[in-house]
Ligand binder design. Structure first.
Ligand code: ZN
Length: 488
């Protein structure tokens, strides 16, 4: 850097402000190396960013005829990151020396036997930095540890908290290879695909545990009116060793998927142009996992999924809600869970889903014909107007000849009470137009059901936990809790 400065001083006009400024800068820079200079780099005068960046851009401007704004911007950013990484490195090394963490074993709390200092390079969002930390050995646990690492939030992954944070954010959003590319393009962080996967899954596991342990009422989202609780399930492609022996939809009766069950909670005070209540953006929170919703004795032992629903409902203040409305697609486990947890709730079959049953049946009966369209249209009207007897009678005409029609009739008979749409509408309630299904599609399908994906149950659940937390606006508070543990 000094050589470049000297060159610039030579080129600057005699007696100019620029020349004087550059000469000052040079003396400051070379001053760092004199014996009188303070020993730590952070105490030495730091060259201004402007001068560092100037140094990067000048040769680029001179060498190319065309001004490449993009290349210049990137080069300056990279240089700036390098410089900032050095500052971070010396600040942290200084901090470790000045305020060392208690020299105790993290497992048993006994004093450690000192084994000297050890250096390790960590990946940060600014680039690599090398930290010198004290290493100690616990004679009781027969294990070595670095107490200063724990205090800084550093673990065996060798990456900084900020890199973990970003890997989680990108890894939840898109597949790990693409996340790795994006991390480099957007944040200049070089992490191989496998490492993004490891970091995202490890974070997801921590979040899943945190979700079970922290059930605190969210005061900023207390219900102002009816609180809507949606439940839905969707198949996630799972590696064959974890689906072996399970019954499924494949031709031979086997299964390639496991069902992820999701709960989403929201409010609907806004109305669309037709006066129909729609979900308030920002009011929705999600929780999902591949887990069981059935238990032999529900009252004695709620299922894993029921416990999840309970926790999410507590966070959202369901106990204070004027009215709870449970919306589902008609699956029995949904109503069973709803009835045992929310005895006073109003249960509604997602109208979008009910209509899907009708359009599928009409396709089975009449194929892709105008008759099919007309038939579907009439049934939709009967459903919307609450003419259930007419609807059931019409489906019943085909029940003896078409098993699809018989099945459909059973579905509408079983759910009749939950399809009183005119009544629900009069109460000003949201009967949904696929709100629940859309949630499941975007949260689960949007990340876990892309072609070629095969998950382990643990991996899928980790990514689901991570994704639900981010999409529910809870990622920051999770990190705050995590950071408070390091400080302790
Ligand atoms: Zn120990």
């Amino acid at each position: 850097m000094e050589a470049a400065l000297r060159q610039k001083i030579g080129a600057a006009p005699k007696g100019s402000d620029e020349k004087r400024h550059l000469q000052e800068l040079l003396s400051l820079l070379s001053g760092q190396k004199t014996p009188e200079a303070p020993p730590t780099a952070s105490k030495a005068p730091t060259p201004s960013f402007a001068s560092i960046l100037e140094e990067v851009s000048q040769p680029m401007i001179r060498s190319s005829r065309r001004l490449d704004f993009g290349a210049m911007e990137r080069a300056m950013k990279d240089r700036m990151l390098e410089e900032t990484a050095r500052t971070l490195e010396s600040r942290l090394n200084e901090e470790i020396t000045r305020h060392p963490a208690p020299f105790r074993c993290p497992a048993c709390g006994r004093l450690l036997q000192s084994k000297g200092m050890k250096s390790k390079t960590f990946m940060t969002s600014l680039g690599e930095i090398t930290l010198r930390r004290r290493y100690g050995f616990c004679r009781s646990c027969r294990k070595g540890s670095f107490p200063d690492d724990a205090r800084l939030g550093l673990d065996e992954t060798g990456v900084s908290p900020e890199v973990q944070y970003l890997a989680g954010l990108f890894g939840a959003e898109t597949d790990f290879l693409r996340a790795s590319d994006l991390l480099f393009c957007a944040a200049r962080i070089r992490l191989p695909e496998k490492q993004v996967e490891r970091l995202a899954k490890s974070l997801g596991e921590q979040i899943a545990q945190d979700e079970r342990e922290h059930v605190e009422l969210e005061p900023h989202r207390l219900p102002q009116g009816p609180l809507y609780i949606g439940m839905d399930g969707t198949g996630v492609p799972i590696q064959s060793r974890e689906t072996a022996g399970r019954r499924g939809k494949q031709k031979d009766g086997s299964s390639k998927t496991r069902e992820a069950k999701m709960i989403d909670i929201w409010e609907a005070h806004t109305q669309n142009e037709r006066g129909i209540p729609i979900r308030d953006p920002g009011s929705v929170s999600y929780s999902a996992a591949i887990e069981s919703a059935s238990c032999p004795d529900f009252a004695q032992m709620p299922s894993d999924f029921a416990r999840r629903v309970e926790r999410e409902a507590s966070r959202r203040g369901a106990a204070q809600a004027r009215q709870i409305v449970v919306i589902g697609d008609g699956a029995a486990w949904i109503w069973k869970t709803a009835e045992s947890l929310f005895p006073g709730a109003l249960c509604i079959v997602d109208r979008f889903h009910a209509k899907q049953h009708l359009s599928e049946l009409s396709k089975a009966l009449f194929g892709d014909t105008p008759k099919a369209k007309e038939w579907t249209h009439c049934r939709y009207e009967e459903l919307d107007e609450g003419r259930m007897d007419d609807l059931l009678k019409e489906i019943g005409i085909y029940a003896s000849r078409f098993p699809e029609a018989a099945q459909c009739r059973t579905y509408f008979q079983n759910n009749r009470e939950r399809m009183r749409y005119p009544e629900f509408r009069a109460l000003g309630l949201c009967t949904s137009s696929g709100v629940v299904e859309a949630g499941c599609k975007s949260i689960v399908g949007g990340r876990l059901k892309k072609s070629g994906m095969h998950w382990s149950v643990a991996g899928a659940n980790a990514i689901l936990a991570l994704r639900c937390t981010i999409k529910s606006g809870r990622y920051e508070s999770f990190w705050e809790r995590k950071a408070s543990q390091w400080a302790a």
